[in-house]
Design a protein around this ligand. Structure first.
Ligand code: G6P
Length: 472
């Protein structure tokens, strides 16, 4: 029977070195949960990088065996691969380009060579496991060349690609010297998915102009087959967040945290350290709010969780310095002995503590400058089981297309965000409830499991349609 292979740059675990040994830390991410029902069943498997370098062949062999038990197979990256493929081309060329930060883009031919080499390594790792009729579902921008490499080797396979970050306008894509190869790479797929309709439109326009392939109603006409392109907004494991927020454990943590912060109104922000998230801009807004509204002093605090990420990449290092400085300034200017304006944490938190932060906060301030989807805002809404609280959400996050009952803001409009915070602070409980309930309804219905189902159903439909066209 044909099996399904999931492929992403990172496996849903990460490998850590400890005292000369290694250990696996499972990922708690939504994607890992959503795809769990797929890769854990039958002969299916997940292929990817275990997140750390391992040079010793004996250790590699041990890791392969252990991962096999978890239904995973590793692609080992060397230090050079990590520098040139992961930090380099993926995160210094594609990531800034796709998030419209063209000033951070690096055009390095060696990084491009590494990107091609590592995509080829992924292809070889898959070919060791794949049969000609298998389904292979490739995820995200680190592996844009992979669908075509697979198609060339396995012409009859079912190949899908989903991009988790934005797809920008043709005007940005054309800046990348290797744009044609990248787009042709993705077009090895049978189904190509994005979070939003706009991403999909940008992709189709770039494919038309750069590769010359034409499309109609979401179908690209390739040489000998049709390729479907559509938007599939990704959801979260709604039930998990709802259940955790209601649990005694989380509620006890809330009591404990509340005892420590007092009865200040709380604004929550949680992000990976990334310039696309607009963290410095948000601190400026909060600073301005405190400047303008002296009545809020002592009565409002921001809980700012910044999860370390890509800390070897120069732009990320600089961002960390900038955030440290800005937080220091605000706190130095306004703190009192019993009030801290910004509680700043540069680390991740265990799930039950995150759930407590979501549950106890009055406002979630989610203001990325650009974001493919953003799941934090969805997790906040799912965790508000008492139906109070306000979500302030950037129009530049893919999630804003679904969460129209959030208070939507343009993150570049400082005064607009300040006004939104003030609106949230003074919003009547009935209005908070109406907005939260309506968003909860949608998020519960289109959760991560539904997302996987809709995507895989569509993939089956596309294959059927292709077969019908061939038999005509
Ligand atoms: C985004 C990307 C993922 C990536 C994640 C963490 O969500 O879409 O592909 O895995 O960030 O980034 P990292 O560089 O640590 O894998």
């Amino acid at each position: 029977m044909a099996k399904t292979i999931i492929v992403s740059n990172r496996l849903p675990i990460s490998l850590r070195h400890r005292n000369g040994r290694f250990e696996f830390k499972p990922s708690a991410g939504g994607l890992a949960t959503g795809l769990g029902s797929i890769y854990k069943s039958g002969e299916n498997i997940w292929i990817g990088w275990p997140g750390n370098t391992v040079e010793d062949p004996e250790q590699r062999a041990e890791i392969i065996l252990e991962l096999h038990e978890l239904k995973m197979a590793p692609v080992f990256l060397t230090k050079k691969d990590v520098e040139e493929f992961y930090e380099g081309f993926s995160n210094e060329t594609l990531w800034p380009a796709f998030h419209y930060f063209t000033q951070y883009m690096v055009y390095n031919p060696e990084h491009w060579e590494a990107y091609k080499r590592v995509n080829q390594m992924f292809c070889e790792a898959i070919l060791k496991k794949a049969d000609p009729e298998d389904t292979i579902w490739v995820h995200d921008y680190q592996l844009l060349l992979l669908p075509k490499l697979l198609r060339d080797a396995l012409p009859n396979a079912t190949i899908a690609f989903f991009q988790h970050i934005p797809f920008p306008s043709y005007e940005i894509i054309r800046m990348i010297p290797w744009r044609k190869e990248l787009l042709e790479g993705i077009c090895g797929s049978d189904l190509i998915g994005f979070h939003t309709y706009d991403d999909m439109r940008h992709f189709l326009s770039a494919v038309g102009r750069i590769t010359g392939l034409s499309s109609e109603s979401g179908y690209i006409q390739a040489e000998n087959r049709i390729i479907n392109v559509d938007s599939f907004p990704m959801g979260i494991d709604y039930g998990k967040f709802e259940k955790q927020a209601k649990s005694r454990k989380t509620q006890n943590i809330v009591k404990n945290f509340r005892n420590q912060v007092g009865d200040s109104k709380l604004i929550l922000t949680i992000d990976r350290l990334d310039y696309s998230k607009g963290i410095p801009q948000r601190i400026h807004v909060f600073h301005e709010l405190l400047k303008k509204h002296k009545d809020l002093h002592g009565k409002i605090s921001m809980i700012m969780i910044v999860v370390p990420s890509r800390d070897k990449v120069q732009s990320y290092k600089e961002l960390k310095e900038e955030i440290d400085l800005l937080v220091g300034r605000v706190n130095a200017e306004y703190s009192t002995l019993n009030w801290v304006p910004i509680h700043y944490f540069y680390r991740g938190f265990p799930f039950e503590e995150l759930s407590a932060f979501y549950s106890m906060s009055d406002i979630a301030l989610v203001t990325p400058l650009r974001d493919g989807m953003n799941l934090v805002c969805k997790e906040f809404v799912a965790s508000k089981t008492d139906r109070s609280g306000v979500l302030i959400l950037s129009e530049m996050a893919g999630a804003s297309k679904e969460l129209q009952d959030a208070v939507l803001v343009n993150p570049n409009d400082k005064q607009g965000v300040i006004d939104a915070i003030y609106q949230a602070l003074t919003m009547k409980p009935q209005e908070q409830k109406a907005r939260i309930v309506s968003m909860q309804y949608n998020l519960k219905k289109y959760d991560i499991f539904q997302w996987v189902k809709v995507f895989t159903d569509r993939l089956a439909h596309v294959k059927k349609k292709q077969a019908e066209l061939v038999s005509k």
